[in-house]
Design a binder for this molecule. Structure first.
Ligand code: NAD
Length: 252
C-alpha cells in the first residue's frame, strides 16, 4: 500500500494471528514496526521475518498491555528506536472464557477486562500522547463482531469488545482536531491460534455455512488488510467508526 514507507507503527499482539499478519504487511510496505506481545517467541519470530525480508524494519518487545508501566515502556521504545509514532494496530486480546454469565467468576471477568478493555485504554492513552508529539497518526483497535451481537458463553468478551467501540468513539472526538484518526475493526470468525484453541475446546468445527453469508472463516490477512488500510492515508476521512470485516455476519 502506497504512503506507508518509513511510518513508525506499533502492533500489539503482533506475535500471532491477526496482529502477525498486520505486522508482516506493514513490514512489506516499508514501515518501522514495533511488535509488542506477551509471547516473546512469537514477537521475536515475526520481527526476524520482517527484518529478513529487508523492506521495513522491526523490533520486538515483551509487553503485557494490561500493565501501565509496560505500555508506557512500549511507546517509549518505539519513540526511542524510530524517533516518532505514526500509528498503532492494537490486536492483543484474550478469547472468551467460555462460561455462562451465571457461572463466570468475578476474577475471570476482570482478567478479560484487564487485557481487552483496560489494556486498550492504556494503549490509546500513551500512543496518543506520542502521536501528539509526532504530528498526528492513526490508531486501529481490533474489536470483534461480538461488540454488536450476543455470543454464547462469552459475556465478558461481548462487554469488553463493546467497550472498545465506545473507547474508539470517545477518543475519536477527543483527537479529531489533532490529526489523529481512531477506528475499530470488527472481525468475524478468523482462522488464528485463538479461534482454533476455542474450536478444540468444544471438539468440533462450527459450521462455516451457518457462521456468515460468505460461509467461510476469514484468513488473518483479510482482517489485517482492513487494519492496514485504516492506518494508511487512503482512509483519511474515516474516523471514529467500527468497520465490520465479517463476511456479512452482522447484517443477518
Ligand atoms: N480469531 C478470531 O476469530 C477473532 C474474531 C474477532 C476478534 N478477534 C480479536 O482479534 C485480536 C487478535 O486475535 P487473534 O485471533 O489474532 O488471536 P491470537 O491468539 O492469534 O493473537 C493474540 C495475541 O495477543 C497476545 N496477547 C494476549 N494477551 C496479551 C497481553 N496482555 N499483552 C500483550 N499481548 C497479549 C497473545 O500472546 C497473541 O500473540 C483479539 O483482540 C481478538 O479478540 C479475533
Amino acid at each position: 500500500m502506497d504512503g506507508l514507507a518509513n511510518k513508525s507503527i506499533i502492533v500489539t499482539g503482533g506475535g500471532s494471528g491477526i496482529g502477525e499478519a498486520a505486522a508482516v504487511l506493514l513490514g512489506r510496505a516499508g514501515c518501522d514496526v514495533t511488535i509488542a506481545d506477551m509471547n516473546s517467541e512469537g514477537g521475536a519470530r515475526v520481527a526476524a521475518a520482517i527484518n529478513a525480508e529487508g523492506i521495513g524494519r522491526a523490533q520486538s518487545l515483551v509487553t503485557d498491555v494490561s500493565n501501565e508501566d509496560a505500555v508506557r515502556a512500549m511507546v517509549d521504545a518505539a519513540m526511542a528506536t524510530y524517533g516518532k509514532l505514526d500509528g498503532a494496530i492494537n490486536s492483543a486480546g484474550l478469547p472468551p472464557v467460555g462460561k455462562k454469565v451465571y457461572d463466570l467468576s468475578l476474577a475471570e471477568f476482570e482478567r478479560n477486562y484487564a487485557v481487552n478493555l483496560r489494556g486498550m485504554f492504556l494503549c490509546f492513552k500513551y500512543q496518543i500522547q506520542a502521536m501528539l508529539k509526532s504530528g498526528g497518526g492513526s490508531i486501529v483497535a481490533i474489536a470483534s463482531t461480538a461488540a454488536q451481537r450476543g455470543l454464547q458463553d462469552s459475556v465478558e468478551y461481548c462487554a469488553n469488545k463493546a467497550g472498545v467501540t465506545g473507547l474508539v468513539r470517545g477518543a475519536a472526538v477527543d483527537c479529531a482536531r489533532q490529526g489523529i484518526r481512531i477506528n475499530a475493526v470488527l472481525p468475524g470468525g478468523t482462522l488464528t491460534p485463538m479461534s482454533m484453541a476455542a474450536v478444540e475446546s468444544i471438539d468440533s468445527m462450527p459450521d462455516a455455512s451457518a457462521m456468515c453469508p460468505l460461509a467461510r472463516w476469514a484468513q488473518p490477512v483479510e482482517i489485517a488488510n482492513a487494519a492496514v488500510w485504516l492506518i494508511s492515508d487512503l482512509s483519511s476521512y474515516v474516523h471514529g467508526t467500527a468497520m465490520a470485516v465479517d463476511g456479512a455476519q452482522l447484517i443477518v
